[in-house]
Ligand binder design. Structure first.
Ligand SMILES: [Ca+2]
Length: 404
């Protein structure tokens, strides 16, 4: 039906009275749907010919956009279904705060373990005042190009002894949004020492509280008070483990890598979709890595000068801090988008299925016909309009009244 304003005040030549005479026989059956007297029905071509060129261009652009837009993964044939954002390196470009950065106060000479090369070739000067000698934490989450490795380096460490306090050099990564993480990985700079004792923590409340995620040490019991490679059972799936396996990891030209797989060895991993415990376990807004010991020093140990740099030049050096995972939307969004929030922008889920919130963690207003639920492969658990409930109750009341 076209409204009077589309056709103009006077009937447009292309508009015809909605009279029964010109209606096809099949249309007559629909006489009850006849437009009110005075309204006119326009053919589509008549409407288009009456539109200004600008409006036509907009219409064409909208039609093109519609044709080009891919189908919404949160629906299939009009029915809601579970949808999840793409798997990404959530750390890429994210800010990292380092408790220690080399060359901040003055140029600093740092050395890697020399190995078979002459000791001097393993040393370099770090200086934040010189762009070509900076080693800032921004180098941890930039593009990880094996042909152009960029590193963060800590300040030189105090000389360690058997009972010296832990180094506690930390890197804190803020993701700016809840993610469900599959792995946390650190790539050490080429030729750099691989740390002996490392703790990984996570926060799911933007840094207010922290929870251990994983420990690595050649002496788990001594450094972290935990057994080496403890078995995780169904009763303690949210417990951090300690492992010495990182010492055996291989090294290539780009440096060695330490990778923690969040679900490995956890019994409910195969049923992740229906395990709220593991869903909580992998949820993080921030990840913190704490380097506790670069080398483990035991009483009576003699330092191998090929395996360790000279005291006073030893340091931590990492080229890439990555966390693999998906933006957490509880199965109700296929992507996360930047949204203006006051003066700042924040990452939020593009919620579907009548859900709302940064993580689609609740039903949107007036859609409380059923309790909120995370979408699963079997059930999208979409929120439904409460009006449906009201209408159903009204219908039930009418049926009851009639039956009396
Ligand atoms: Ca880098």
């Amino acid at each position: 039906m076209c409204e009077q304003k589309l056709c103009g005040k006077a009937p447009h030549p292309a508009c015809r009275p909605a009279s029964g005479e010109r209606r096809a026989a099949s249309e007559r059956a629909a006489v009850s749907r006849r437009p009110p007297t005075g309204a006119h029905v326009c053919s589509a071509s008549a409407v288009i010919s009456a539109m200004p060129a600008r409006a036509l261009a907009l219409l064409a652009a909208a039609a093109l956009a519609l044709a080009a837009s891919p189908p919404d993964p949160c629906y299939e044939d009009g029915h809601p279904r579970r949808c999840i954002p793409d798997f990404v390196n959530a750390a890429f470009g994210a800010p990292v705060v380092a408790s220690s950065v080399c060359g901040r106060r003055s140029p600093e000479r740092l050395c890697d373990p020399p190995g078979d090369q002459p000791p001097d070739t393993a040393c370099h000067v770090c200086d934040t005042a010189r762009p070509d000698r900076r080693q800032p934490p921004q180098h941890l989450t930039d593009l990880n190009n094996p042909n152009d490795v960029t590193c963060w380096r800590s300040s030189a460490l105090p000389t360690a002894s058997y009972d010296s306090p832990p180094d506690n050099v930390s890197l804190t990564l803020s993701l700016g949004k809840k993610y469900e993480l599959t792995y946390v990985s650190l790539q050490f700079c080429p030729k750099a020492a691989r740390p002996d004792s490392v703790a990984i923590y996570k926060s799911a409340d933007y840094g207010v509280t922290w929870q251990p995620f994983q420990f690595y040490s050649s002496q788990c019991r001594r450094v972290y008070g935990r057994p080496n490679k403890a078995t995780v059972t169904a009763a303690n799936e949210q417990e951090a483990r300690c492992s010495d396996s990182h010492r055996l990891a291989g090294e290539n030209a780009a440096g060695s890598r330490l990778a923690f797989s969040t679900l490995e060895g956890r019994p409910s991993a195969a049923n992740f979709d229906v395990s709220p415990v593991l869903q909580d376990w992998v949820t993080a807004t921030d990840v913190r890595v704490v380097f506790n010991r670069l080398h483990m020093v035991n009483e009576g140990d003699e330092i191998d000068p090929k395996k360790q740099a000279a005291p006073g030049t030893q340091h931590y050096a990492v080229s890439d801090f990555a966390v693999g995972g998906r933006c957490k939307c509880n199965g109700h969004a296929s992507r996360c988008v930047m949204q203006q929030e006051g003066a700042t922008q924040q990452l939020v889920c593009d919620c579907k299925h009548n859900t709302a919130g940064r993580d689609c963690e609740r039903c949107k207003p007036f859609h409380f016909d059923r309790p909120w639920g995370r979408a699963t492969v079997r059930d999208a658990n979409e929120c439904k309009a409460a009006l449906m409930n009201v209408a159903r109750r009204a219908a039930r009341r009418r049926i009851k009244a009639r039956s009396k």
